[in-house]
Design a binder for this molecule. Structure first.
Ligand code: HPA
Ligand code: ZN
Length: 344
């Protein structure tokens, strides 16, 4: 077998963890069309090709405009159930045995969709996936930084009241430029006082300083993206020293022009600097690949080795918000796979 094909089958069958994926970013074009038809919504696409042709982005904002349009076709409990089940079925196919999914209620609440409707659909799909193939899932309450902190605080209180065990952590997504971490200190202090773990997008389009501020002002335990940390050697040394995980999303970074090509992505530099890098898909149906495709692109364009891929995947289980016994079990499962399957 050719080395690339051998790598692809080895990484595809490996039990993996994903820590950075937006549920709304897993909406399949066919599902977008069938939900729009169901609700009688007029959307500017007639076919799957029309939808995928529209997925050419200039930057984060041009993507977000389409991404939020996609959420407008998801309205009732069945829609939320199918959205979650579609992604969890992809996890089964991709051997993503544990996933931590960002849920963004602020995309739905203004249209009158309740949190109870969303959660009821999600929980049904999660229970099926758990019973069907042992899928492990945690949910992250991802708040939108283009909206005021007060709005995020209200959603947090509402989620905490309505489903106190529903979310393990909070996150912060959407347009980074103009919405610095300093604007969300109260939100994070409140979430942490309620017992939530914490993560935030930083250093994707925003500067390295947003990564440091997310750690210092928000108290996050891991950073979503964080690739621009490489612009500050002192910060890079700190991330390495403190073992702060970065949830890097290679295909996303190329699609949104954070890097002009995969060959110029800095993931290997981050890894070489001792940073706990993980690989993730972010918005897989928009960016041309789920988790396996991200690893395969790194292998093809950056010569990511099997040893590095295994190390990255170990970081992901270690950096997960699972309780320690479940985390240890997942790591043992990974070790069994690595022992039983020779590295390509
Ligand atoms: N960055 C910020 N917000 C997002 C992203 C992203 O890459 N994907 C979905 N929401
Ligand atoms: Zn993201």
């Amino acid at each position: 077998m050719q080395s690339s094909a051998a790598f692809a089958s080895w990484i595809s069958a490996m039990p993996k963890a994903e820590l950075h994926v937006h549920l709304d970013g897993t909406l399949r074009p066919s599902r977008l069309l069938d939900r729009a038809a169901k609700h009688g919504f007029d959307i500017p696409y007639r076919s799957v090709e029309d939808v995928t042709d529209a997925y050419a982005f200039e930057n984060l904002q041009s993507f977000l405009d389409l991404y939020y349009m996609g959420t407008s076709v998801i309205r009732d409990e069945e829609d939320f159930y199918l959205l979650m089940l579609d992604y969890l079925s992809a996890c089964r196919d991709q051997h993503i045995t544990h996933t931590e999914i960002m849920i963004e209620p602020q995309s739905y609440l203004p249209s009158g969709v309740s949190l109870a409707t969303m959660m009821s659909g999600f929980k049904q799909a999660m229970a099926e996936a758990q019973a069907g193939w042992g899928q492990s899932v945690l949910l992250i309450l991802s708040l939108l930084r283009h909206l005021p902190e007060r709005d995020g605080l209200e959603v947090l209180e509402q989620a905490h009241r309505a489903c106190p065990d529903g979310f393990v952590a909070i996150g912060l997504a959407s347009s980074e430029l103009g919405h610095p971490p300093a604007d969300f200190t109260e939100l994070y202090a409140r979430a942490r006082s309620l017992g939530y773990r914490a993560t935030a997008h930083a250093g994707e389009e925003g500067p390295a300083g947003f990564v440091a501020d997310s750690l210092d002002l928000l108290g996050v335990e891991r950073i979503d993206h964080g690739v621009r940390s490489a612009e500050d050697p002192a910060l890079l040394a700190r991330l390495s020293r403190e073992g702060i995980p970065l949830t890097v999303c290679p295909l996303s970074n190329v699609k949104l022009k954070v890097f002009d090509s995969m060959a110029n992505h800095n993931l290997l530099q981050l890894l070489a600097a001792g940073v706990r890098v993980t690989v993730n898909s972010d918005d897989p149906t928009y960016f041309g690949g789920f988790l396996n495709e991200n690893f395969i692109a790194l292998h093809e364009h950056l010569r990511l080795t099997a040893e590095q891929a295994a190390r990255i995947n170990r970081h992901a289980f270690e950096a997960s918000f699972l309780p320690a016994p479940a985390r240890a079990e997942k790591l043992a499962e990974l070790d069994r796979y690595l022992l039983a399957h020779a590295r390509p």
